[in-house]
Design a protein around this ligand. Structure first.
Ligand SMILES: NC(=O)c1ccc[n+]([C@@H]2O[C@H](COP(=O)([O-])OP(=O)(O)OC[C@H]3O[C@@H](n4cnc5c(N)ncnc54)[C@H](O)[C@@H]3O)[C@@H](O)[C@H]2O)c1
Length: 278
């Protein structure tokens, strides 16, 4: 259930990257930010124009769209020039961009195509660096501003099917810390939200996603966090209530990251072992 309108983001403006369709985490974040009083630009890669349904979200949240490839310096510079013109300075940026090219094309980690690997890192991690860089170049981010990037626990631990995306998320979280130090000098904060497996276009592109989803659902004491609850948490991070939180990877995962094994899994393995013996 979504939290009700609080006015937590009243008067705040921003840019939300990565809403493709209704299942996108960024879509839920945009809806929640709108409900809580924010105004924002929506952005996605030009190719998403024909793949997704961003126009509907733009209409529902009364937001302009600026199409920009997050791996293109020209596109991002142009985007922040336009944002500067429209809003002066902004208070937040949400980075919800990801794509594992080798993962999509079923290329195993032991035999990566390195051009695709570079593309994966460029889209999924370095784009965060670029976005913050261009926002700062255009003096777009106000003091007190907040940047949030979406991550996954595959940055710290091996989820074999997550493959190259684990490397991309590790780099993303490192960029959060590296920028965090520098942005702090401008009174701006930046954090990564490490989210549960969530049924989205990017999520379902990973082979074995359903099993990863079910495993996390079983082992997390609260179950998997859905996109709506991720959006609520992100609103909190964009609000002034979290003004002293920066450079963190914050787990939004129903408790998964603190678990080892659960009674249910032990019992399931014991049953399997008994079947094998019998
Ligand atoms: N779905 C999950 O299980 C899950 C779990 C943890 C973290 N995340 C992260 O959440 C974020 C959002 O993903 P999602 O699951 O909502 O899937 P999604 O497919 O809805 O969103 C990914 C977005 O990245 C955009 N994108 C791809 N290439 C781009 C480029 N060159 N320039 C600009 N945008 C580009 C896509 O168009 C899409 O809108 C990603 O960083 C993802 O890794 C997802």
């Amino acid at each position: 259930m979504a939290a009700s309108d609080s006015g937590l983001l009243d008067g705040k403006t921003g840019v939300i990257f990565g809403a493709l369709n209704e299942s996108s985490i960024a879509w839920s974040i945009a809806e929640a930010a709108h409900r809580h009083g924010a105004r924002f630009v929506l952005s996605n890669a030009p190719v998403a124009r024909r793949l997704g349904s961003l126009d509907a979200l733009a209409e529902a949240t009364d937001s302009p769209i600026i199409w920009a490839d997050a791996t293109s310096d020209d596109d991002l510079s142009e985007l922040f020039a336009q944002v500067k013109e429209e809003y002066g300075t902004i208070d937040f940026i949400v980075h919800a961009i990801g794509m594992g090219v080798n993962v999509r094309k079923d290329r195993p980690y032991e035999d990566l195509n390195y051009n695709w690997y570079q593309k994966t890192l460029d889209i999924s991690a370095i784009s965060l660096h670029r976005i913050v860089h261009h926002a700062m170049q255009h003096e777009c981010l106000a003091s007190g501003g907040s940047v949030v990037a979406l991550s996954y626990i595959g940055a710290q631990r091996i989820f074999s099917k997550y493959s190259e995306m684990g490397d991309a998320k590790a780099l993303l979280e490192s960029i959060v810390r590296s920028w965090g130090y520098r942005l702090g000098q401008h009174g701006i904060r930046i954090n990564a939200v490490s989210q549960s497996p969530t049924v989205t276009t990017a999520g379902s592109g990973i082979s074995g996603f359903d099993s990863m989803y079910d495993f996390a659902e079983q082992i997390s004491p609260l179950g998997n966090a859905d996109a709506e609850s991720c959006a609520d948490f992100t609103v909190a991070l964009l609000s002034d209530l979290t003004r002293m939180v920066t450079m963190q990877t914050l787990y939004h995962d129903g408790g998964f990251s603190s678990m080892g094994v659960s009674d249910e899994l032990i019992d399931a393995f014991a049953d399997m072992a008994a079947e094998d013996e019998g």
